[in-house]
Design a protein around this ligand. Structure first.
Ligand code: NOJ
Length: 740
């Protein structure tokens, strides 16, 4: 049927109003009634998700009529999706709607900074708003399921998917997880402008050995529960509708068939009521892992462990029928899975709502303003020698140099399926808008981040010589981070360092703006420039955000959500490490990278590089300066079950109104399982006028001090605790208390 014809029929058939969201009991009743009418083939169809619908062919139309698929991912145009839905609803035997899922990771048409950049805002309300916007845009185009938020704790910047992660810290990630779920799912799934969120990748995908994507993860249970699981728990507590398993093995067992994870933790301990989907072809990959003997065995293992929908591969549809008939897979297992799928479709209102006419969406002034705000807050000022930034009025002209100055695709970052280059405002464009063409001398020097040719250097040097200052837009192309984009070197690729050297010879002041999908190592480069602003891949409105930051129309407030190493050899490096019995001595710190061996004491250090990070977790400068003073504890000792208040005065000593992320850390000094030297427990983003002081208070109860002991029990042990209120994970003002 031609699309205009089906559309008319569709409006005729379904053109009535929305119904109120059905109650949970009513949904259960309808699910059971439907389930009772379904054949095993129809059930297995519901448990299958296809990526085949690039365009809607007659073969796929027929498969939809036959109930072959429950869901499509990343498929079709809005018109295709509307037509496919119409076929499913009106021409399939049971009229079960399709669920369209998509990787709406950091925006749909309006692209926000990559998730790692969003994490640098430490602003849950703001990223909730960004996710809300993405949901509104995507749902207009008949997408109702996003494969986000990605909640993999990442402590290895070699891993390309760190770009998509909330960073290294379980507490920060948990706060962001809840915010993202709220943003995507809005006031509830029955809102047609909501997306069902998907907490992924369950679990420990960020712990892959050597930072190589899809590699094995070996994670002791304590670390699994203290570091990798909490963001998932937070997402579930926030009501996340679905969860995706990860590709990797965890302690030798593929996460896709690990009943300890999927049954014991997820269902028995956490009571997760939602749908569990595999990752892309992860089920048959268990044969390659050396876990399942063939595709049928993989299907059996996966479904029995708790996978309810198979993404892309077809082992469920191909093999589960005889396995059910032989009793190797129970009917109850299949029915429970289909129940979760149908319930989600009912919750989303797909059975009851009008099939929307195909619609397209595009960025609005509001969505672009929000994207600019997120990009502004996500930028982290790492260096600002002599307060060189913001650029002064006396800087009349700027040379704009570097491969990322005018590269819309790279600026949007990894995982962008629907953002358009035409919507992107690059730094070059934004600086020209701000200063006028005459004051901007553009000479990229390199065509892309991996370019090794020096051909463009002369022009870049000339531009710098003619300008009052040069801003270098350095970093990584988007293609260098994200899935399957692990790197063994974390330096600026191509001839970017040489380009900086070339410009440094002009004697003109240089500023580096780095756009990248991960922490890079750039120690030498940083020593040659006055200031370094780390913008991650900042999305559609990165250009105006950066231009405003450079010229002081906005003040940097981002803080690193992940530790930046000095060199790749320090990895894994993260702030919440345990102490060794032989910590490095203060006099052993400050060894520059590459220093020839200088053996000293028998302590835990490197002999060729300082053991500390280049920039610590939580770090970020401002154009103002903040002082922390007067740490107060409401009590010096508390009893088990009690709580205390920790407060400090934070004063803006600068001349600019500015935001600061005030962080609360603790250290359990003696515990039956040694505890991290510092652990983030809370944070608050405050904005202070010049000279203003605010007292920031946090409550700490003894449950907040609990950890997992060797028996896997969460306990608070009596003893001494240190506490900091701090601008980052390495400084701050410190107090002490005891728990009795
Ligand atoms: C594989 C990725 O690991 C996952 O995050 C993504 O959602 C799926 N592909 C679908 O594109």
């Amino acid at each position: 049927m031609a699309s205009s014809a089906w559309l008319l029929t569709g409006v005729f058939l379904f053109g009535c109003c929305l119904r109120a969201a059905p109650s949970s009991a009513e949904i259960d009743r309808r699910v059971d009634a439907l389930l009772a009418r379904m054949t095993l083939d129809e059930k297995l169809g519901q448990m299958s998700q296809s990526t085949s619908m690039n365009t809607l062919t007659d073969a796929i139309r027929q498969q939809i009529r036959d109930g072959r698929w429950g869901s499509f991912l990343n498929a079709g145009s809005p018109a295709d999706r509307a037509e496919a839905q119409h076929i499913a609803r009106t021409e399939s035997r049971l009229g079960i709607p399709l669920l369209f899922g998509r990787d709406v990771i950091h925006g749909y048409r309006t692209i926000f900074p990559i998730p790692l950049g969003q994490a640098a805002t430490w602003d849950p309300e703001l990223i909730e708003a960004a996710a809300r916007t993405a949901a509104q845009e995507a749902s207009r185009e008949a997408i109702r399921w996003t494969f986000a938020p990605m909640l993999d704790i990442a402590r290895d910047p070699r891993w390309g998917r760190i770009a998509e992660s909330p960073g290294e810290d379980p507490y920060l990630a948990s706060r962001l997880a809840a915010a993202l779920v709220r943003g995507f799912q809005g006031s509830g799934l029955s809102d047609p402008a909501s997306l069902a969120a998907c907490a992924k990748h369950f679990v420990a995908y960020g712990a892959v050995e050597a930072g190589r994507d899809y590699n094995s993860a070996w994670v002791p249970e304590i670390e699994l529960r203290e570091v990798y699981l909490p963001p998932f728990r937070a997402a579930i507590d926030a009501g996340v509708a679905t969860l995706m398993t990860s590709f990797n093995t965890v302690n030798g067992v593929p996460a896709t068939a690990d009943s300890f994870l999927l049954q014991h933790i997820l269902r028995d301990q956490w009571k997760f009521p939602g749908l569990v989907v595999s990752d892309y072809e992860a089920v048959p990959e268990m044969v390659t892992h050396g876990f399942a003997s063939d595709a049928a065995d993989a299907a059996r293992e996966a479904v029995n462990a708790g996978i309810e929908m198979e993404m892309v591969s077809t082992t469920f549809y191909d093999h589960l029928k005889p396995l059910v008939e032989s009793g190797a897979v129970s009917t109850k297992t299949i029915d429970d899975a289909v129940r979760h799928i149908l319930r989600l479709k009912f919750q989303l209102g797909l059975f009851d709502q009008t099939i929307p006419a195909p619609q397209t969406t595009s960025p609005t002034p509001e969505s672009l303003a929000l994207a600019e705000r997120v990009a502004t807050e996500s930028a982290v000022l790492l260096k600002n020698e002599d307060g060189f930034l913001p650029l002064a009025e006396s800087i009349h002209s700027v040379a704009v140099v570097g491969p990322l100055a005018d590269s819309p695709v790279d600026q949007m970052g990894t995982w962008v399926m629907d953002g358009r280059s035409a919507d992107v405002v690059t730094p070059l464009g934004a600086l020209r808008n701000l200063l006028g063409n005459q004051r901007v001398l553009y000479a990229p020097g390199l065509t892309n981040s991996r370019d090794t040719s020096h051909e463009g250097f002369a022009a870049a040097r000339t531009a710098a010589q003619q300008a009052d200052a040069a801003v270098l837009f350095l970093g990584e192309e988007e293609i260098l981070s994200g899935e399957a984009r692990s790197r063994a070197y974390l330096n600026l690729p191509g001839a970017q360092d040489a380009l900086v050297d070339e410009l440094a010879q002009t004697g003109k002041p240089l500023v580096a703006v780095i756009m990248a999908g991960r922490p890079l190592t750039f120690h030498d480069m940083a020593s040659k420039v006055k200031a370094v602003l780390y913008a991650f891949h900042p999305g559609t409105m990165g250009g105006p955000a950066i231009a405003n930051l450079l010229f002081g129309r906005a003040v940097p407030s981002g803080k690193l959500p992940v530790t930046f190493p000095r060199t790749v050899g320090q990895i894994p490096i993260y702030y919440a490490h345990l102490n060794t019995g032989r910590p490095a001595l203060p006099e052993e710190l400050g060894i520059p990278a590459g220093t020839p061996a200088r053996p000293t004491g028998y302590t835990s250090k490197y002999i060729d590089v300082d053991v500390t990070p280049e920039y610590p977790f939580g770090y970020g400068l401002s154009y103002s300066s903040f002082t922390y003073s007067g740490l107060r504890l409401s009590a010096n000792s508390i009893r088990m079950g009690g709580e205390l208040t920790v407060s400090a005065a934070v004063t803006n000593r600068g001349s600019r109104e500015a935001a600061e992320v005030v962080q609360l850390y603790i250290h359990d000094v003696t515990a039956s399982v040694a505890q991290p030297v510092r652990l983030l427990k809370n944070f608050r983003r405050i904005t202070l006028k010049p000279g203003e002081t605010q007292t920031v208070s946090f409550r700490l109860g003894t449950p907040d001090l609990a950890f997992l002991n060797q028996e896997m029990k969460r306990v608070t042990e009596p003893g001494r605790f240190e506490v900091w209120i701090a601008p980052d994970s390495q400084s701050g003002i410190k107090g002490e208390f005891t728990v009795k």
